[in-house]
Design a protein around this ligand. Structure first.
Ligand code: HEM
Length: 186
C-alpha cells in the first residue's frame, strides 16, 4: 500500500516511453503525441517543450477490495519497473455521473460481485504490474489513470483482459476511455 503520490503524465515529444498507439475507446481521443513523460511526486508545473496534453492523478487508498482479495493481491502483484516489462498501457477512464451517485455498496457489487474485476485481474498476475491514479477529486478530465507494465510475451494476455473488462457491467458506466500503448525507450 503506497502513500499518496501525485503524478503528472505528459504527452509530447520527450519522455521515457514511446507512444505506439493511442485510440479513443469511448468518447474523445487525446491529441497526438509521440512520447510520454511521467513525473512522479511532481505537480507538473514544469513546462515541457512541445507538450500536447497533461493528465494528473493521485494514488489513494483502496475503496473496494475486501481483506481476502487484498491478501491475494499483495501475495502475487509484481512491482513496477521490472527490466523485462518493456511495454506499458496508460488507460485513462471517466465514469458517468450515474456511477458517482451510487452508494459505495452498490458500486462494490457492480465492480466485483457482478463484473468480477478483481477476480479477473488476479488471473493476469504476476505478468501484469499495475498502479491506479485517481483524478476525480482533482477536477481532472479523467476519474482514473490506469497504468500497466508487462513483457512483450504477455501483451496478448493483457489484450484479452482489457477486452473482457470492457464487456462487464462496470464498463457500462464508462463514458470516456482512451487506450495508449507504449514501449520503453532503450
Ligand atoms: C492487471 C490486472 C488487474 C487487477 C489485479 C486489477 C485490480 C483492481 C483493483 C483491486 C481495483 C480496486 C481498487 C480499490 O479498491 O479502490 C481496481 C480498480 C480499477 N481498475 Fe483494475 N485491475 C486490473 C486491470 C485493469 C485494467 C486492464 C483496467 C483498464 C482497462 C482497469 C481499470 C480499473 C479502473 C478504472 C479502476 C477504478 C474503478 C473505480 O474505482 O471505480 N483495471 N483494479
Amino acid at each position: 500500500v503506497s502513500s499518496r503520490m501525485l503524478s503528472t503524465f505528459v504527452g509530447g515529444r520527450s519522455g521515457q516511453w514511446r507512444i505506439e498507439r493511442s485510440s479513443a475507446v469511448v468518447g474523445l481521443a487525446l491529441p497526438t503525441a509521440s512520447h510520454l513523460a511521467i513525473f512522479e511526486n511532481e505537480p507538473g508545473t514544469r513546462a515541457l517543450e512541445q507538450e500536447s496534453w497533461v493528465l494528473r492523478g493521485v494514488t489513494s487508498y483502496e475503496r473496494y477490495v475486501h481483506a481476502t482479495e487484498q491478501a491475494r493481491l499483495i501475495a502475487i502483484q509484481p512491482p513496477l519497473q521490472r527490466p523485462q516489462a518493456t511495454q506499458a498501457a496508460l488507460i485513462p477512464v471517466k465514469k458517468s455521473a450515474d456511477w458517482w451517485r451510487l452508494p459505495q455498496d452498490r458500486r462494490r457489487a457492480i465492480f466485483e460481485e457482478r463484473s468480477q474485476h478483481i477476480t479477473l485481474g488476479l488471473r493476469y498476475l504476476p505478468a501484469i504490474a499495475r498502479r491506479l491514479y485517481h483524478g476525480h477529486d482533482l477536477g481532472e478530465p479523467f476519474d482514473f489513470l490506469t497504468w500497466f507494465e508487462y513483457a512483450p510475451a504477455d501483451a496478448e494476455a493483457f489484450e484479452e483482459l482489457v477486452q473482457a473488462l470492457r464487456r462487464t457491467e462496470e464498463w457500462t458506466y464508462v463514458e470516456r476511455e482512451v487506450d495508449l500503448r507504449l514501449t520503453k525507450r532503450a
